[in-house]
Design a protein around this ligand. Structure first.
Ligand SMILES: Nc1ncnc2c1ncn2[C@@H]1O[C@H](COP(=O)(O)OP(=O)(O)OP(=O)(O)O)[C@@H](O)[C@H]1O
Ligand code: SF4
Ligand SMILES: [Mg+2]
Length: 366
């Protein structure tokens, strides 16, 4: 069931050749206290031009998954599985082998733009350098292109702004400069890791617009990583939900938002303010915190926080099961019981009030 449904999803999402294929990716970090199982068998395929969101709480393995794709993990990390860019294996490549791809074919945008920008050079010079690193063009052409790229990401007066140093710009503008650098070489994939988390809400919207503009101009596929499902809604075609190093639900945005089949996804949805209900329904946050990835128990890692948990959940970790929609998969032994269930029914508000998990009684509530 698992393998079959994954293949269905991938056929539907990646008609023809996938631009990026991640298959059964695992990442472990040996530490003095034990082995951290940061990523545990993640698989996804990204079609050309597609936008995929990866959502999950802090520590669920979102960044480590992307750092493995980009070849940016420390040497101590033990990585298995496969990462293919246009059919070519990336795992096991030398630093030089990754350098051909990184920045040119796959570009990455991090949460804090200051880590990506050099404080002692103007933003124009940094964009031009990114262009010159991979293209045989004159400095004049690279500089002109830098102005164009700043205009594309919505920076006003780009002819003047191109001469600014990073500290002369606001946080939102700096992040747009980083997006301009990511676009500079017309990449096939842009991976944006929490690109708006450090910014206030109005600026977040501008940065997301800049990302959309970058996608439109380059035709790149996008992997948008966030802990906020609300950010993904208008900016992705499909969603992968991560929990404790695994993908626990995959589907289209509509499937994940309106027909979720994994209690953790319902929990994330219940934590979102929903304007349509005008505040009539209380938020239903998930009680407790995610498990340590060092000593994971044998069963479903969501068991201690799950209102639907049964004894089997402590014994056996669920596979990704297919649902009634081809390609929509969820890792829950009881996914069929969640048809038509709302977050408010599953996570009763009393759970948050008492700090303990109230078992769900779906039969009486449906
Ligand atoms: N170099 C490392 N050595 C040991 N453990 C690590 C290392 N890098 C990451 N981890 C661990 O791997 C797990 C996954 O981390 P990751 O950064 O991918 O989480 P995340 O989902 O991106 O979280 P956030 O939303 O906070 O960015 C965490 O438990 C983290 O502590
Ligand atoms: S497998 Fe069990 S504990 Fe895990 S999400 Fe499903 S019901 Fe909850
Ligand atoms: Mg992260």
């Amino acid at each position: 069931m698992t393998a079959e449904s994954n293949i269905q999803l991938d056929r539907r999402s990646a008609d023809g050749d996938a631009v990026l294929e991640v298959e059964n990716l695992t990442v472990e970090f040996p530490t003095e206290d034990g082995v951290v199982q940061a990523v545990r068998g993640v698989s996804y395929r990204l079609a050309p031009g597609e936008a995929m969101g990866i959502v999950g709480e802090s520590g669920s393995g979102k960044s480590v998954t992307s750092m493995a794709v980009m070849g940016l993990l420390p040497k101590t990390a033990k990585i298995t599985g496969s990462v293919r860019f246009r059919g070519e294996e990336l795992l096991g490549r030398s630093e030089n082998g990754f350098a051909e791809i990184r920045g040119k074919k796959i570009a990455m945008i991090f949460q804090d733009p200051l880590t990506s920008l050099n404080p002692v050079y103007t933003v124009g010079r940094q964009i031009a350098e990114a262009i010159l690193a991979h293209n045989d063009v004159s400095k004049k052409v690279a500089n002109d292109r830098a102005v164009e790229l700043l205009a594309t990401v919505g920076i006003p007066f780009p002819e003047q702004r191109v001469n600014n140093y990073p500290h002369e710009m606001s946080g939102g503008m700096r992040q747009r400069v980083v997006i301009a650098i990511a676009m500079a070489n017309d990449p096939d994939v842009i991976i944006a890791d929490e690109p708006t988390t450090a910014l206030d809400v109005t600026v977040q919207a501008q940065v997301l617009e800049a990302l959309e503009a970058a996608r439109a101009a380059t035709g790149a596929a996008l992997v948008l990583i966030t802990h906020d499902l609300g950010v993904i809604a208008g900016h992705a075609d499909r969603i992968c939900v991560m929990y404790a190093g695994k993908l626990v639900e995959k589907g289209t945005v509509d499937e994940v938002f309106y027909e979720p089949r994994m209690p953790y996804t319902l929990g994330l949805l219940g934590s979102l303010p929903r304007l349509d209900e005008a505040g009539r329904e209380r938020l239903t946050p998930i009680v407790g915190s995610p498990p340590s990835l060092m000593h994971l128990p044998p069963g479903c890692p969501f068991t201690p926080r799950c209102p639907l948990a049964q004894p089997i959940c402590e014994e056996r970790e669920p596979d990704l099961y297919g649902t009634d929609q081809p390609g929509h998969v969820a890792a829950c032994h009881f996914h069929e019981r969640l048809v038509g269930v709302t977050p408010g029914q599953l996570f009763r508000p009393t759970s948050a009030d008492t700090g303990s998990v109230a078992p769900a009684n779906l039969e009486t509530q449906q």
